[in-house]
Write a protein that binds this ligand. Structure first.
Ligand code: HEM
Length: 301
């Protein structure tokens, strides 16, 4: 059998051959466009989540400086409005440890965004190095201050919370030291991996408040007790940093292997959902706690 086209005639085998090649080409184009779209959506969702997290942590950092740090020398007793037992008359070492820890915590949250910005790393490596040193020093101070406070006074929630927070402090200490060591050795892949782990830990303190806030909004505080001895409080003593660390490990490993389209789709939906939750949480915290001290501090109200 022969088929006829505008260039002349071809036999059935040749026709089949060209038809198959055309179908394959069209399939490849459709598949590539689909992959491209999936990649773009994943990229956009991750970007949105990053921006929302940066903005929210920045506001929380400013709140810590405006509320806790600015009352450090004037009225440290006001800390207890936020959490009982943070300031105790005569408990100088524990008071100063937690006070320094607040200062360092605020600095960490404000600098965290700058440290991970690729633009700063590429265009202004000097700024990255300088602010990196301040960031790492602040992480060490926040960890040591928190650990001293736990050793002297203990957390409000007792043993489980003591263990959860002490492990958090120890991990933050280790990640800070490793990040610095690998930067000094100029082993940048390892430096980046430890810096990401440190960032995941550093935003844990912010995530702790967000997770509590969203839990309270949606469940009317089931599992929470005033003295943090409820089942939800016990889970939360670890939940604000363990999943973040696992996520970083997943990201570090999955970069090396190709992700399936299904996994990418799942990640995209999770990132968009997480960004929406962070936006809702940030708005609630801004309205209830952060706005007043921050606006007063900058004399904007
Ligand atoms: C970016 C890092 C950190 C920030 C921004 C931060 C922030 C804060 C803030 C604002 C509070 C006041 C309590 C409240 O408002 O709920 C607090 C309390 C506390 N933080 Fe941190 N923190 C950080 C890291 C750490 C680390 C690494 C440890 C672990 C050693 C730690 C241990 C504690 C402890 C034990 C308390 C007192 C809780 C209690 O009395 O039960 N923090 N932190």
């Amino acid at each position: 059998m022969t088929a006829v086209n505008c260039y002349g005639s071809i036999n059935a085998n040749e026709f089949e051959h060209y038809r198959a090649r055309l179908t394959m080409t069209i399939r490849a184009i459709v598949e590539t466009s689909k992959q491209h779209l999936i990649d773009q959506l994943l990229h956009a969702s991750l970007k949105l989540l990053t921006v929302v997290v940066w903005l929210s942590t920045l506001l929380f950092g400013l709140y810590i400086l405006a509320f806790y740090v600015s009352s450090y020398t004037v009225d440290p007793e006001s800390w207890n409005q936020s959490l009982a037992g943070l300031y105790v008359h005569g408990g100088t070492l524990a008071n100063n440890s937690i006070g320094l820890h607040f200062f360092a915590g605020g600095v960490i949250l404000i600098l965290g965004c700058i440290q991970l910005l690729p633009l700063v790393r590429k265009r202004a490596p000097g700024v990255h190095r300088m602010s990196g040193r301040v960031y790492l020093l602040s992480c060490l101070v926040a960890a040591i201050g928190g650990l001293l406070f736990i050793a002297i006074r203990g957390t409000v929630g007792g043993l489980v919370m003591d263990i959860g927070f002490a492990l958090y402090g120890a991990l933050m200490f280790i990640c800070s030291v490793q990040t610095y060591r690998y930067a000094r050795r100029r082993e940048f892949a390892n430096h980046r991996a430890w810096a990401l782990r440190l960032f995941a830990l550093a935003i844990g303190s912010w995530l702790y408040r967000m997770e509590y806030g969203l839990w309270f909004m949606t469940t009317d505080a089931i599992g929470h007790q005033q003295d943090f001895s409820g089942w939800f409080d016990k889970i939360m003593a670890f939940f604000f940093y363990v999943p973040n660390l696992l996520l970083v490990e997943f990201i570090l490993r999955s970069k090396r292997s190709r992700q399936s389209a299904k996994l990418k789709g799942l990640l995209t939906i999770s990132f968009f959902a997480a960004a929406s939750l962070v936006m809702i949480g940030t708005w609630a915290f801004w309205d209830l706690f952060w706005a007043k001290p921050i606006l007063n501090f900058f004399r904007l109200s």
